[in-house]
Design a protein around this ligand. Structure first.
Ligand SMILES: NC(=O)c1ccc[n+]([C@@H]2O[C@H](COP(=O)([O-])OP(=O)(O)OC[C@H]3O[C@@H](n4cnc5c(N)ncnc54)[C@H](O)[C@@H]3O)[C@@H](O)[C@H]2O)c1
Length: 347
């Protein structure tokens, strides 16, 4: 595609994430959603009123008359007038859909998690390499303003060394998929709370600090070797920060969504809880401020990070498929540790 051109997007799956991405594209000048693929005939008419999730305002009625509307994402993948397929399908469809779209010559932005197995993730990376197309995995947490702030403080060193950090994500079990069984309830489809949910924080730990030497996890077991809840100690060596994370969908339905972190630096503390504490910076003299954050939505920022290098014809540096695979590998190691009750050394 010519440098500077508008990226033409096909969106696969009009559920919670499909609608979230569709709305985000409206704020992105360098891209335009030109086609959608959705197996539900009602959604194909533009009636997205049944779509909901655990944040955001849900679907509504959408004018799809100017979009090319497909029932099958494989047909959309063959549409010659698209550059990028944004895949927001349920997780068990990720590997096949991504490979189909890459083989059809499209770049792919795929919702997290990359896949349910490392072997599938490998095949997807190979398909991208062979097709000379980019595979991006949408780990949006990296683009949430509070998490961007923490990354920036950590990288700049302006509060000194990071001594310890804790990341937490506890929600009620997802109950939004409509038009059939709730696929989140089947661990063979969703991967369970570790692969589906906790992967947000696992990916962020990798983004912030790189790969730990080992993990030590405990959890609340669920079916098929998965867990409804996990708590992990990441080992960054004796001189590294002491980092823990907790994640799961074990809360009652009154807590649909909550994410939080605490980060303790030599010269300050950063606290954040999406329910009741805006990002707060404390210093050692008792000072307390709420840093001004960019107002840009995390999904808009994430998708811009995918669109920009494609539009400019430069090599992308973030959200690449290999990072998505590394996040999955970390979660699988945490599950293994929780299953065996033993520390797992990362290779
Ligand atoms: N980044 C985040 O914060 C976040 C949040 C929730 C879900 N997710 C991820 O996003 C993905 C989608 O989750 P969701 O909550 O939007 O699911 P969902 O069930 O709400 O939506 C999936 C949509 O895909 C459609 N679909 C299913 N199979 C299809 C096929 N073969 N062809 C065309 N359409 C098909 C369904 O009809 C539905 O409309 C999952 O991988 C999930 O893990 C990410």
């Amino acid at each position: 595609m010519p440098s500077g051109a508008k990226i033409r997007v096909g969106l696969a799956g009009i559920g919670f994430m499909g609608v979230t991405h569709f709305n985000a594209y409206k704020a992105i000048r360098g891209a335009k959603v030109e086609a959608i693929a959705e197996e539900d005939p009602i959604k194909r008419t533009g009636d997205w009123s049944g779509v909901r999730g655990n944040f955001g305002s849900g679907g509504g009625q959408v004018d799809v008359s100017k979009l090319r509307v497909y029932a099958d994402y494989a047909d959309m993948a063959r549409d010659p007038d698209l550059d990028l397929i944004d895949i927001c399908l349920p997780t068990p469809a990720h590997a096949k859909a991504a490979i189909t779209c890459l083989q059809a010559g499209k770049h792919v932005l795929l919702e997290k998690p990359i896949a349910l197995s490392l072997a599938d993730a490998d095949s997807m990376l190979q398909a991208a390499k062979k097709a000379k197309r980019h595979l991006f995995v949408g780990h949006v947490l990296r683009y949430f303003p509070q998490y961007r702030y923490l990354k920036q403080v950590c990288s700049s060193g302006r509060l000194g060394k990071l001594l310890a950090a804790r990341f937490r994500r506890i929600i009620a079990r997802p109950n939004w998929p409509t038009g059939g069984l709730n696929w989140f309830n089947d661990p063979k489809k969703s991967g369970g709370a570790v692969i589906d949910l906790h992967i947000h924080d696992a990916d962020y730990v990798l983004h912030l600090l790189g790969k730990p030497k080992a993990v030590d996890s405990r959890g609340v077991p669920a079916r098929a070797g998965t867990f409804d809840y996990i708590t992990t100690q990441y080992d960054f060596g004796r001189n590294g920060p002491a980092v823990t994370s907790e994640g799961g969908w074990i809360a009652a339905q009154g807590l649909p969504f909550e994410q939080s972190f605490e980060a303790y630096f030599e010269k300050g503390t950063i606290l954040y809880n999406s329910s009741d504490r805006p990002l707060t910076l404390l210093d050692h003299k008792g000072g307390k401020v709420e840093p001004k954050l960019p107002t840009e939505d995390g999904f808009v920022a994430e998708i811009k990070a995918v669109i920009q290098p494609l539009a400019e014809g430069v090599q992308p540096g973030n959200l690449l498929g290999a990072a998505g695979q590394a996040s999955l590998a970390l979660c699988l190691a945490e599950q293994e540790s929780a299953r065996t009750g033993k520390r797992v050394v990362l290779r």
